[in-house]
Design a protein around this ligand. Structure first.
Ligand code: ATP
Length: 239
């Protein structure tokens, strides 16, 4: 079977005991795209990302990445295959320095010149991190911690970057900065699946989007179509 999608999810159902968090979700991400998944609190967005990265196991359905079946693959193999997950809540290692956090992001790779180059590239994307490279990550501001979490994801040289609500709790000016960096990361070749409650910003940088409600995909289409959809405008764009 030919498969041109970088990520292809079919009929995925995931439960936490009696709670069905995802019900028959199907979704595609093509090479080079930014795709966004929007949905309210509790819609199942984080569950979807955690299942892709192997932290949760689906009860039914399949996940294919770059043509390979990863439905039952373990997380470290999924990282090695080229998927990096930046979880919600900027989970950085608070007691380690900025630089040590970045180095940990490359744990699946041998330490070499390329790792140093990638680290410098993260500093070019986020100059604020360069200034604080020796500082403990726990002392950074929320926005800087989010930059560090994204930078750490990039250190794995992902083909697909999974981002869970990078704008959560950040001041608008930082949100703009982070979304600009995401566009740059995409231009440089990474495909992005972006989970957001901030539908305004997400639809602005995405080519396509999916709307998730109570564990089901209720709508999908080109970002500009979703932006014009009355239901989306009312529920997610506050209009
Ligand atoms: P949020 O933006 O709040 O993270 P979300 O769209 O990412 O929301 P999920 O966190 O994926 O939603 O949650 C989907 C559903 O699964 C919710 O009903 C939630 O209460 C439930 N859920 C999530 N984690 C667990 C868990 N560990 N145990 C039981 N139920 C859970």
């Amino acid at each position: 079977m030919s498969d041109n999608h970088l990520l292809r999810i079919d009929d995925l159902t995931v439960r936490y005991g009696a709670i069905e968090a995802l019900s028959g979700v199907s979704l595609r991400v093509d090479h080079g795209e930014v795709v966004t998944l929007i949905g309210a609190n509790g819609a199942g967005k984080s569950t979807l990302l955690m299942t892709i990265s192997g932290l949760l196991r689906g009860e039914r359905g399949s996940i294919r990445f770059a043509g390979a079946d990863i439905t039952r693959a373990v997380p470290h193999r999924i990282v090695r295959m080229g998927i990096a997950h930046v979880p919600e809540g900027r989970r950085v290692f608070a007691d380690l320095s900025v630089e040590e956090n970045l180095e940990l992001g490359a744990y699946a790779r041998p330490p070499d010149r390329q790792v140093r180059q990638d680290r410098d590239h993260v500093y070019a994307l986020f100059p604020q991190l360069a200034k604080r490279r020796r500082q403990r990550a726990g002392t950074l501001s929320g926005g800087e911690q989010q930059m560090l979490a994204i930078g750490r994801g990039l250190m794995a040289r992902p083909r697909l970057l999974l981002l869970d609500e990078p704008s959560l709790g950040l001041a608008p000016v930082l949100v703009t900065e982070i979304f600009k960096a995401l566009q740059e990361i995409n231009r440089e070749g990474a495909t992005i699946l972006l989970v957001e409650q901030n539908a305004h910003m997400a639809l602005r940088i995405a080519a396509r989007g999916y709307v998730l409600e109570s564990g089901r995909v209720t709508l999908s289409g080109a970002a500009h179509e979703l932006e014009g959809n009355p239901g989306v405008r009312e529920a997610y764009l506050g209009e």
